[in-house]
Design a protein around this ligand. Structure first.
Ligand code: GLV
Ligand code: GLV
Length: 318
């Protein structure tokens, strides 16, 4: 069986693959493949290990006539045309669960960083602008007693809610379906979408991307939010209208934003959002702890080999 990975994987992972399949991989750990390079590389592939920057659309899938499995090294699969894959009899798998806690941690790290202005605080020390103690120096936003509104109450949304309870926050959520058991277990309350926007002191987006959710948070939605609220997005950039977010932050309609994801990644360094002091940013590293990333890689390999072996993968998408 011929397997291609669109990123260079750690040697202990690729060694395992080489024992079982005819394995090759892209030469870079961080540089994404172009569409042409990808189509060339997967002509003979029975299996692909893909990452979220690979656009596996109908045209790309058509270039891989032997393909049996796409094992995605991520939980989000919006870069894959799953419908087309299903039509072609190609199994798609992803990596849920193993990254839930790491992603919830990073979400909370960014939320805290925005609440307490950590980037500005760090810059003040490093740049020699720390004069003395002053009463309202870098005065931030309190978590205790504040309301966190979570849009999307899947595994990661619920893990964020558990952390919020540890910070004595009031937890409200919106999800397409209510989650009564999780509500009771965690102590969270379902609210209508607009009510979550209106009540949240911290609004955290924890939804998978789908075309109908593009710009779920745009000008109108931002206008419903409290002007001292903080928006956190560690899900997918396309869920937020970045131009509207910029205007809201610049004009004092929103206190701050913390973003691990962008509509275009890597985000260009001249992006207007990066000029604002009240924006915390990270380069899409939600799941990136060493333990979690290795678990994701190992799960990806197990899923891939299971399908090639004619077995049911652990975490199928289709
Ligand atoms: C990261 O964004 C993932 O989908 O795993
Ligand atoms: C999404 O897959 C989640 O785990 O919330």
């Amino acid at each position: 069986m011929n397997v291609f990975a669109t990123r260079k994987l750690p040697q202990e992972v690729s060694d395992k693959l080489k024992q079982q399949v005819d394995y090759s991989e892209w030469h870079s750990e961080e540089q994404a493949m172009t569409k042409g390079e990808l189509m060339d590389a997967i002509k003979e592939a029975d299996g692909i290990i893909s990452v979220l920057s690979d656009q596996l659309d109908a045209e790309v899938l058509a270039s891989a006539p032997h393909l049996k499995v796409i094992s995605q090294l991520a939980v989000g699969i919006n870069n894959i045309d799953v419908k087309e894959a299903t039509t072609r009899g190609v199994r798609v798998t992803n990596t849920p669960d193993v990254l839930t806690n790491a992603t919830a941690d990073l979400t909370f790290a960014l939320l805290l960083a925005a609440a307490r202005k950590l980037s500005a605080a760090s810059a003040e020390v490093r740049e020699g602008n720390w004069k003395s103690w002053s009463l309202l120096q870098l005065a931030g936003k309190e978590l205790s007693g504040a309301t966190i509104g979570i849009l999307g109450f899947g595994r990661i949304g619920q893990a964020v809610a558990r952390r919020a309870k540890g910070f004595d926050m009031n937890v409200i959520y919106w999800n397409r379906s209510k989650k009564p058991e999780a509500e009771v277990e965690i102590g969270a309350t379902y609210q209508e979408f607009e009510d979550v926007l209106k009540q949240a002191d911290f609004l955290v987006i924890m939804l998978p991307f789908a075309p109908e959710l593009k710009y779920l948070i745009g000008e109108e939605e931002l206008a419903l939010m409290k002007s001292d609220a903080i928006l956190v997005n560690t899900a997918r950039g396309g869920l937020v209208d970045e131009a509207a977010l910029y205007e809201a932050l610049k004009n004092g309609k929103l206190a701050a934003a913390a973003l691990d994801v962008f509509e275009k990644e890597p985000v260009p360094t001249d992006h207007p959002l990066l000029t604002l002091p009240n924006v915390e940013v990270a380069p899409h590293i939600g799941s990136s702890t060493l333990a979690t990333r290795m678990e994701m890689a190992n799960l990806t390999v197990r899923n891939l080999l299971a399908v090639l072996d004619g077995k049911e993968p652990e975490t199928p998408v289709n």
